[in-house]
Ligand binder design. Structure first.
Ligand code: PLP
Length: 449
């Protein structure tokens, strides 16, 4: 055993991680004094900027008042207040918010809630969750079962109960050549449900795909049609807005872009903006009613449900989003916002030899790399193109989020860009210039076809 192995069970023992010692605004510093612009919001987490004293003060005040009370014995005023504010923010007044410690826990909660809902309304045979290829919903076994991310699933496949999957709209490599593809992809949901409606409890989807496919925006008509199909068949819709929720796409929820109202919405990442481990499930009124008027209790729970200190963080984060108008700042369809500046700057990268696609919305973007632009040929997976670009950008003080497998779970390289909404135009222009340099540096070190 190497004596200098870290005591923390790090993500990879092959990688050396800088030690973060300070953060402020859009920057993180390591112990050697290097400054990094957090251009990926870590992993689309930080939305309000780092080290906002108002959030830490709110957390400290709550810790001094009631640091914890178990949800089987008490509720807290702060949880009730935050739930009301969050329901209003998301447009689900009359429903309920269930608080967890992060995205995966919230996904597990949503899946079980969908199942219990069906039982409460008399559909005892409905337990399956229809999901999409190239989706990621979390790393717990239930969440992995409905995820399509091959790399993250393969090792654990014998342990998960697999579920039916449909294709995910991916316009850069559209299997319908973008001919009315919103409709065509939605038809796939209809076809699968033709055989499985009697056993399907819910359909889960990311309104804009997150890390796995990389910020793929659905084609016109897709989400509305899918919602209509599911609703007609009594299949609940679960929108995984762990990455897209709480303003990141320039709307409070990404689903609002397409005027759809899912039965259940899952939040994580941005809801705590990194200040506390926090996730939430927003259940529409009819979902809550089914349990309230039925058995009366959701058969589910975690010790740290609605943790008061995490709730205090989330509540203050939500206030900061409103006070600083950060949802508007994130919008890429409004003039002179960071969201619009990011879109413009990233699109300029299209002239790089290896940039095949630039896609996204608001402050959630991806750049997909290809070896040959005309043929859209991906790099071999062992080239690790996206990771190399990310390392080269980190050496220049810009943090990106590299991923592999956007095409079929194994091949396809992209990086995700999702900065805090407090980023300025100058910072965006500077970071994209460093990103370009990083791409060009890696292009000179790999054979291009
Ligand atoms: N859902 C989506 C869309 C995500 O991107 C993630 C995490 O990356 C999760 C769920 C899981 O969230 P967490 O890592 O907080 O458990």
């Amino acid at each position: 055993m190497p004596f200098n192995r870290p005591a923390v069970f790090v993500r990879s023992f092959r990688k050396k991680y800088p030690t973060a010692v300070r953060a402020e605004g859009v920057y993180i510093w390591d112990e050697s004094g290097n400054r990094y612009l957090d251009f990926a919001g870590s992993a689309a987490v930080n939305f309000i900027g780092h080290a906002d004293p108002e959030v830490s003060h709110a957390m400290a005040a709550q810790a001094e008042a009631v640091e914890f009370a178990h949800s089987s014995q008490f509720t807290t005023r702060i949880a009730e207040e935050f739930a009301r504010e969050l329901l209003e923010f998301t447009g689900y007044s009359g429903g309920c918010a269930y608080f967890t410690c992060g995205g995966s826990e919230a996904i597990e909660t949503a899946l079980k809630l969908a199942r219990q809902y069906q039982v409460e309304v008399g559909n005892r045979d409905r337990f399956e969750i229809l999901s999409r290829e190239q989706a990621y919903h979390g790393s717990t076994l239930g969440a992995l079962a409905v995820s399509g991310n091959r790399r993250r699933r393969e090792l654990y496949l014998p342990m998960v109960r697999d579920s039916a999957r449909v294709a995910i709209p991916y316009c850069y490599r559209c299997k319908y050549a973008c001919r009315d593809c919103g409709h065509a992809y939605a038809e796939e949901v209809e076809r699968v449900l033709d055989d499985r409606t009697r056993s399907t409890a819910a359909f889960i989807f990311e309104p804009v795909s997150g890390a796995t496919l990389g910020a793929a925006v659905p084609p016109p008509g897709y989400l509305a049609k899918v919602s209509e199909i599911c609703s007609r068949r009594g299949v609940l819709t679960i929108a995984d807005e762990v990455m897209t929720g709480c303003g990141r796409t320039g709307r409070n929820l990404a689903a609002e872009h397409w005027n759809v109202t899912p039965d259940i919405v899952v939040l994580g990442k941005g809801i705590g903006s990194g200040y506390a481990p926090l996730g939430a499930v927003i259940a529409a009124r009819h979902v809550v009613d089914a349990i309230d008027k039925g058995s009366g209790a959701f058969v589910h729970g975690f010790t740290y449900n609605a943790h008061p200190v995490a709730i205090a963080a989330g509540r203050r984060v939500l206030h900061r989003i409103a006070e600083r108008e950060l949802v508007r700042a994130a919008a890429s369809d409004v003039e002179a916002t960071p969201g619009t500046c990011l879109k413009t700057q990233l699109c300029l990268l299209r002239d790089c030899r290896t940039v095949g696609d630039v896609r996204g919305i608001g402050l959630l973007w991806a750049v997909e790399f290809v070896k040959n632009k005309e043929m859209k040929t991906p790099f071999a997976a062992d080239v690790g193109f996206a990771s190399r670009v990310s390392d080269a950008a980190a050496n220049r003080g810009v943090m990106l989020y590299p991923m592999q497998g956007c095409i079929d779970g194994l091949s396809g390289d992209h990086v995700l860009i999702a900065p805090p909404a407090v980023i300025t135009s100058d910072e965006i222009i500077w970071a994209v210039a460093r990103f370009r340099e990083a791409i060009e540096e890696v292009e000179t070190s790999v054979p291009l076809a």
